[in-house]
Design a protein around this ligand. Structure first.
Ligand code: PLP
Length: 612
């Protein structure tokens, strides 16, 4: 936990996982208790716990890291962070970031008209930037220009050359002097999953040829003064600090060159990419990051300063559009294990006299397996199982023989794994065996709704039971969700030195809830989630913690079934009418009719997840 938690989570002395929202050893609360309280209030699971104080702490940490680096190097510009709302547009997130960022003039970034519409209404500092990225039509540009006219510090970031003419025309039409940002296509690439967002083949950005053309076009119209920002982005989750330094050098050189061409650029924007160390390994592995926030800030400040001073150009205000690093920590997805699927092999097998000879052979193998022969025995058992399966397909083996063979095979596999682990001499098949023999914990949630990145791009998240952490786990498990989709599973778990195929978990006790927390889920997951199988948005609790304890400030109900169904084009009234017709024409008794219609109506306003 301490490796990935960045000070926000820890294991308490009673074996319960605790949140410390200030990230700095301040007041803490048990997540298990929070969830138990929610259950007592009758709130259903799954639930998302959101901690606004963690968001605030991250905004402050980011700004303070830059302030410290700026002081350290005597840098003359300021840091003007931007929060890209696409990372999480939830009202609570945007409003909290805007409020915590106000003293630092931390701004907001829009990638679409709708995002700009919500950003313009936020209470941000007068000097805070509002950046408009993404492809733009006339209405998007008009909205941005009017925002400037209304006194907001709006910069229109041009993603492609064709947008320049449009901005010039509309600015003249509305009588606004625009602030233009130019997105530069860096040669430098990031590292990790999003490396292709940078580099010459990137989707967005101006080539050097287009930058020169833009400068000439604006100079020709007497508008060179409107170039306010140079922007770049080498991809999210850049795991290797060397890639970042390389990118900063290139963009800083381009800033200097633009200034030499007469463009009065004031803001140098390195985009997103500040990574989150999901597995705590502090490496350049795709789910990690080999640098700290402090190092990131120092490198940006230092490299920019060095380049500017070599060319005698002023230090620009430094901008980053850090989204993942600001939001990831603030939310915890809480799942309840509702069932366990165990592979066979824990039951004893009694063979009858007329059992198939291959099954008898397998039985003997279970008795003869030892440290000396376990590989050979396992291979024999594997081939026996295959042969038996073929014979079964030909109708030559009974269902009982087949079942006994399956049990015996799993018994041998378990012994093989145990011996290999004890001998610390893992067989090549060990990895497969661990997966094969793992329990499957059925968790009441949908991966597609709550953790889409885990399905789509194999993103890893730390997953931890919320209690019993002072008790050695005795089982290994993978997790499955309740969608009717075999992709709805987790079988990759974080590890400091490797990737695990199974998660160590406790033996689940009857009638005692077992909650798993999925951490660092605050970035991108909320907005990318979808309603596969019509599992809707889950409920969320906003929780604050102080010296007195914790307070569930707000609970937002998850989507009701009817909302999710209506999104697919159905009308609740029509559905109820059709079902009523069906009931009327049926042979149900009047009491059955009444009770069924009642149940149907209840279902439409119920939670879409398992509720027993
Ligand atoms: N800025 C731009 C232009 C982006 O495309 C992105 C995301 O990819 C971000 C900022 C946010 O990046 P991150 O979440 O890595 O901070």
């Amino acid at each position: 936990v301490p490796h990935w938690a960045a000070g926000f989570f820890r294991v308490g002395e009673d074996g319960q996982l605790e949140v410390t929202p200030d990230g700095n050893g301040g007041p803490s609360a048990s997540l298990y208790e929070i969830v138990s309280d929610l259950r007592d209030e009758g709130r259903p699971l799954p639930v998302m716990l959101r901690f606004p104080q963690i968001l605030e702490a991250r905004v402050v940490e980011l700004n303070e890291a830059f302030a410290k680096a700026i002081r350290k190097y005597g840098y003359k510009g300021e840091y003007r962070g931007l929060f890209p709302v696409k990372v999480n547009q939830r009202r609570m997130v945007v409003e909290t970031v805007a409020k915590a960022g106000k003293p630092y003039a931390h701004g907001l970034e829009a990638g679409s008209k709708a995002e700009l519409a919500l950003i313009l209404a936020q209470d941000t500092h007068k000097e805070a930037l509002i950046a408009c990225n993404g492809f733009k039509d006339d209405d998007f540009i008009r909205l941005a220009l009017m925002g400037k006219k209304l006194g907001k510090n709006v910069v229109i970031t041009l993603e492609k050359f064709a947008e320049l003419g449009r901005v010039m025309r509309l600015a003249a039409e509305l009588g606004v002097e625009p602030q233009i940002g130019i997105r530069y296509k860096l040669k430098a690439k990031g590292s990790g999953q999003w490396a292709d967002s940078g580099g010459e083949s990137a989707k967005f950005g101006f080539t050097t040829v287009e930058i020169i053309k833009a400068v000439e076009m604006l100079a020709g119209a007497g508008m060179l003064g409107s170039i306010a920002m140079l922007h770049s982005h080498i991809g999210s989750q850049v795991t290797d600090i060397r890639r970042i330094k390389q990118a900063v050098r290139e963009i800083a050189q381009t800033y200097v060159q633009l200034r030499k061409l007469g463009a009065p650029v004031r803001y140098l924007n390195l985009g997103g990419g500040l990574a989150v160390d999901y597995d705590g390994s502090k490496t350049a592995f795709y789910a990690s990051s080999n640098y700290s926030l402090g190092e990131y800030a120092e490198d940006l400040v230092y490299v920019t300063q060095e380049v500017c001073e070599a060319h005698n150009e002023p230090h620009p205000h430094l901008v980053t559009e850090s989204g993942r690093a600001v939001t990831a920590y603030h939310s915890v997805l809480v799942l309840e294990v509702v069932d366990t699927i165990r592979p066979p092999g824990e039951e004893s097998v009694e063979l009858s006299k007329d059992a198939h000879p291959i099954v008898k052979d397998m039985y003997d193998l279970t008795k003869s397996i030892s440290a000396k022969n376990y590989r050979e025995v396992y291979h024999d058992a594997f081939s026996d199982k295959d042969t038996l399966q073929n014979l079964y397909d030909l109708g030559l083996v009974s269902l009982r023989d087949r079942a006994n063979a399956e049990s015996l095979f799993y018994q041998i596999a378990r012994k093989t794994l145990k011996l290999a682990l004890e001998l610390d001499y893992p067989a090549d098949e060990l990895e497969d065996l661990q997966k094969l023999l793992a329990d499957k914990l059925v968790c009441n949630f949908s991966i597609f709704q709550s953790l889409p990145d885990s399905w789509a791009i194999k993103q890893m998240f730390p997953i931890v039971p919320l209690n019993r952490l002072d008790e050695r786990p005795t089982r290994e498990a993978t997790l499955v969700d309740i969608t009717c989709d075999s992709d709805g599973k987790f079988d990759r778990f974080i590890d400091l030195h490797d990737v695990r195929n199974t998660l160590p978990v406790h033996e689940i006790r009857p009638k005692e809830p077992y909650y798993l927390g999925v951490f660092l889920t605050g970035a991108y997951q909320d907005v990318l989630g979808n309603s596969h199988n019509l599992f809707g948005r889950i409920g969320e609790a906003h929780v604050t913690v102080d010296e007195e304890g914790y307070d569930i400030e707000r609970f937002i109900m998850g989507e009701k079934a009817r909302r999710v169904i209506e999104k697919m084009g159905y009308e609740e009234g029509e559905l109820a009418e059709s079902v009523e017709k069906l009931v009327r024409s049926s042979k149900l008794t009047p009491a059955e009719k009444g009770s069924f219609m009642e149940q149907y109506a209840r279902e439409l306003v119920g939670y879409t997840y398992l509720e027993d």
